[in-house]
Write a protein that binds this ligand. Structure first.
Ligand code: TXA
Ligand code: MG
Length: 349
């Protein structure tokens, strides 16, 4: 793609500032006219287009550098706006919205015919969320339409959690970039499918199934598709390993090779140290990802940013310690870590 767009950048950290005022006004107008605006949310930065304008939605993928029929999340600023996407508001959705919106919860619901196939990947359902970030909400209000937005990274790069990540990836590719504070959450929203009998988490996030269960008063399951592949499928990163087709995800990947170590903490630490020395002795630059002292929420907050830092430092090999997947937030970070590492997991004991 030729970088032809004259991208305008505005700092919306303080929504009351003059720069923010100008950026939000222009951003809203650009979205209404079918253009592309990147904006901060509490989870990761989004690359937005008018969700009801099929050409605008298609252009998101040209900007990200890949063709796609993936379904996108529609961002709204007011609960009543849900009605233009889904018709009525189902009881469960209303309960959850009242408790968790604005916030890192995306709900999948049956859609109205006016929501284009380009937005929903041809599905009969639509994913919707209300982001918990004042500038994002103001942008959506100014646009006057639901805003479809995947993460604002180039295809193949980790999701952006800082304004500088977005500027680095999307300069010349979008009309407006709104930069703000670093994203508070750091991983993408929890996606919850409310179209079946049992509510199912399709993508784990900082908002856990337990928190959702408490509000709904009923069981919430993880979709089996997000449970990690059986341990031992890719047993060792030392040689070419068999991989199931489609198992190698690239969309969270750092440039470096990445290995995950799981097992007792001391053994993991020892193995990471050993491999670090060994690889450094062989002239490779090694980065270590170890969230030992941090909370799971801190690990979520830092995860993508650390991958990008290591890319900037031109690390050749990333050695990562697995997080406890028994914790729901740990599981959500592990979901990203496994994809980043192409499921290269090494068990030590
Ligand atoms: O935190 C977030 O959700 C960020 C920020 C920008 O809001 N957005 C984001 O959007 O991650 P995106 O488009 O990259 O994520 C869409 C996710 C995918 O996992 C997709 O499969 C799922 O939502 N999804 C979207 N529409 C769906 C549908 N109709 N049915 C099932 N899954 C859907
Ligand atoms: Mg993404």
């Amino acid at each position: 793609m030729i970088l032809t767009k004259d991208t305008k950048i505005f700092d919306v950290t303080d929504p009351a500032s003059r720069d923010a005022g100008e950026g939000l006004a222009l951003g809203g107008e650009i979205l209404r006219r079918g253009g592309l605006v990147a904006f901060p949310t509490e989870t990761v930065y989004g690359l937005g287009a008018n969700a009801l304008d099929r050409d605008a939605v298609v252009s998101i993928y040209a900007a990200k550098g890949r063709p796609s029929d993936n379904p996108l999340i529609c961002h709204i600023a007011d609960l009543e706006d849900l009605k233009q996407l889904t018709g009525e508001i189902p009881e469960r959705a209303r309960k959850l919205a009242e408790k968790f919106w604005p916030g890192p919860l995306t709900m999948v619901l049956p859609k109205l015919p006016n929501v284009p196939n380009e937005t929903t990947g041809g599905l009969s359902t639509v994913a919707v969320r209300m982001p918990d970030e004042p500038a994002a909400l103001e942008l959506i209000r100014r646009a006057g339409c639901p805003v479809a937005a995947p993460s604002a990274n180039l295809s193949g790069c980790p999701s952006p959690t800082k304004g500088s990540h977005v500027v680095g990836d999307l300069m010349g590719r979008v009309d407006v970039i709104l930069t703000g504070k670093d994203c508070r959450v750091g991983i993408e929203s929890t996606v919850l499918d409310l179209t079946g009998d049992v509510p199912a988490v399709l993508r784990p996030g900082i908002l856990t199934p337990e928190e959702i269960e408490e509000v709904l008063g009923e069981k919430v399951i993880y979709d089996p598709a997000i449970l990690p592949p059986p341990a031992g499928m890719v047993p060792d990163g030392s040689g070419p390993a068999p991989r199931a087709p489609g198992m190698k995800y690239t969309h969270y990947a750092p440039k470096a090779e990445m290995l995950i170590f799981q097992g007792p903490e001391a053994a993991v630490e020892a193995e990471i140290c050993r491999r670090k020395s060994e690889n450094e002795a062989a002239g490779r630059k090694v980065g270590v990802l170890f969230f030992g002292e941090e909370s799971f929420a801190e690990a979520a907050h830092d995860f993508f940013a650390k991958l990008r830092e290591m890319d900037d430092e031109e690390v050749d090999l990333i050695l990562a310690a697995a997080l406890d997947s028994g914790n729901s937030v740990g599981f959500a970070v592990m979901n990203r870590m496994l994809k980043s590492a192409g499921y290269n997991v090494i068990t030590v004991d």
